[in-house]
Design a protein around this ligand. Sequence first.
Ligand SMILES: [Zn+2]
Length: 319
Amino acid sequence: VLTVGVDLGGTNIQALVLDEERTLGTSRMKTPAQGDKTLVLDVLAAAVHAALGDAEHEIEEVAAVGIGTPGVVIEGTVGGATNVPGWYDRFGLAELAHDKLGVPVRLANDVTAAAVGEHHAGAGRGTDHLLVIFVGTGVGAGLILNGQPYEGGVGGAGEFGHTVVVQGGAVCPCGRRGCVEAYAGRRAMAFAAERAVAAGRHTILFDVQRELGRARPTSAVFKEALDRGDDLAADLIDQAISALGVGVASAVNLLDVDAVVVGGGLADRVGDAFLVRLEAAMRPSLFLQPPRVRLATAQLGDLAGALGAALLARDLAGA
Ligand SMILES: [Zn+2]
């Protein structure tokens, strides 16, 4: 069965053609930074056709297309995403994409799709119960329970970034307080750094940012400042790992997953040391002793989402 998976991100749209266990072709295009949903859909369709061109197949041979998208996915509709133009107000993406591509479309949250990819072919292989966390601009998660993606009652599961670890704590980009993302999301960490500087604290973070030619303090900027002994970078990373530790431990206490896979900018940059420190931060809050959960770093990089979406499309293809 031939399916195509699309990973729609705030920066890139990636597509992948999957035949049984083989990736036959891929493509990558820039997500429009401006415009409306029609423009994004055009680029999405172009990415699908480019991947099929790379695979030397036609859209008529495709059984279904899977799309991993930011936002909350409810029965073929998506809404609430702020990093893709036109994606905030809820609309019927599955139907629009179906009309445009001429094949059935399966929608999923982007992190759920990435979790399906890591479960099938990455760091989560061989587990029945898996939590996959991506620590990037925000903090997202996908769940595999009993071997199947768990999307919740209406598709809102996996909002690990907005589980609360500090009652009445720091303001989160979602507007609430004390969420994991308020401490571990890069956007929130950058705001915290700006506030610290405004309060008179010294840091080389923003010098490093200019040196590396970045528009904002990226994971690479935080890592470089940390390596150069910057106290503020060290403190913010400590707080991020501590919040993640409490959050992951609470999720493990609730779900007893076999493994937690961690990916995304900061985790990738800091590497194995990140996992060691996360494990230490989790330990005091874990209920089951000795802890049986395995921690691992994500293996598939940015192709996990497109692969997972292609696998999810098989649901529709009846394969
Ligand atoms: Zn939040």
